[in-house]
Design a protein around this ligand. Structure first.
Ligand code: ATP
Length: 271
């Protein structure tokens, strides 16, 4: 992994987000560097999705700074924002494909929104994205209702990659997939990150993914990042939630599966 500590792709400082009296994010800081895969964990309702949505501009913050690619998003004009948005991709938890559009049309949505390309070129690009995520070419004219859960995730990933982003947000990408499908999706994520230099910010509850592909894990607790570090160091934290999450039977099974290669991707966590 090529980490460039001086140039975070994403830098979040002192973010506060409230919904009425519910103060969800309370001065949160976070940096992500080029090419790394960050797993973002925390108890249910702690604000993982809220943070992701705030970074993406879908949720309003009351205070704090978000820098994407070194640029303070609040200081950008519309044109600069649009250029910055194009450098990020997102895969929402349930894929969020448009059901009335085919896979190809879904992948081409961001192209239509941000670029001005001929239909022929967009068709070629859509075919490239399909191949990148490992979908067969005959998936191109299918509707989301005709796809399996794993294929929907891949089609959604193809759409997230439509504009060749540098920063990819994944919201629980392996939820709803069986262990083999989840391991295949992990493998795809790590291979895209390594070959394209993609930075991946992944909200997940999947211990298998955390063990198999994440370079660093960020733990959200009490509205802040409690710690962000390698899995080995996070597991040693003296915190009750961390102990029960990473020390439970499911975590032990995930570690065992990684060691024995049963149902997990063959990736190594770099320390
Ligand atoms: N649009 C909204 N309006 C009001 N409250 C919201 C809104 N979105 C999120 N919240 C609240 O913010 C808190 C954090 O929610 P969030 O969805 O980020 O949790 P999470 O950590 O992603 O949880 P989970 O792991 O269960 O998905 C919750 O209390 C939730 O009710």
């Amino acid at each position: 992994m090529a980490v460039e500590p001086k140039n975070p792709v994403l830098s979040v400082r002192d973010i506060h987000v409230s919904f009425g009296p519910n103060h969800v994010l309370k001065g949160l800081d976070l940096d992500a560097y080029r090419g790394e895969i960050i797993g973002f964990v925390g108890g249910s309702g702690t604000g993982k999705s809220v943070l992701m949505r705030t970074i993406l501009g879908l949720c309003q913050k009351q205070a704090g700074t978000i820098k994407l690619f070194g640029l303070d998003y609040d200081q950008l004009d519309d044109e600069q924002r649009s250029a910055t948005d194009r450098r990020t991709g997102v895969l929402f938890q349930h894929g969020a494909l448009f059901s009335a559009l085919t896979v190809k049309e879904n992948i081409q949505m961001p192209m239509r929104e941000y670029l001005s390309l001929s239909q022929t070129l967009m068709d070629e690009l859509a075919a490239m994205k399909l191949s990148l995520v490992g979908l067969p070419m005959d998936a191109t004219d299918k509707y989301p209702s005709e796809l399996s859960g794993g294929m929907i995730k891949r089609a959604s990933l193809a759409r997230a990659l439509a504009l060749d982003p540098e920063l990819l947000f994944l919201d629980e990408p392996t939820s709803g997939l069986d262990p083999i499908g989840a391991a295949e999706f992990d493998e795809l994520t790590v291979s895209l990150s390594r070959t394209l230099g993609l930075t991946v910010f992944m909200v997940t509850h999947d211990l298998g993914s955390l063990h198999a592909i994440c370079d660093r894990i960020a733990v959200l607790k009490d509205g802040k990042v409690l710690a962000i570090d390698t899995l080995e160091r996070i597991e040693k934290l003296d915190d009750p939630w961390v102990r029960s999450y990473f020390g439970g039977q499911r975590a032990i099974s995930a570690q065992h599966a990684l060691r024995t290669g049963s149902g997990m991707v063959n990736a190594r966590i770099e320390g």
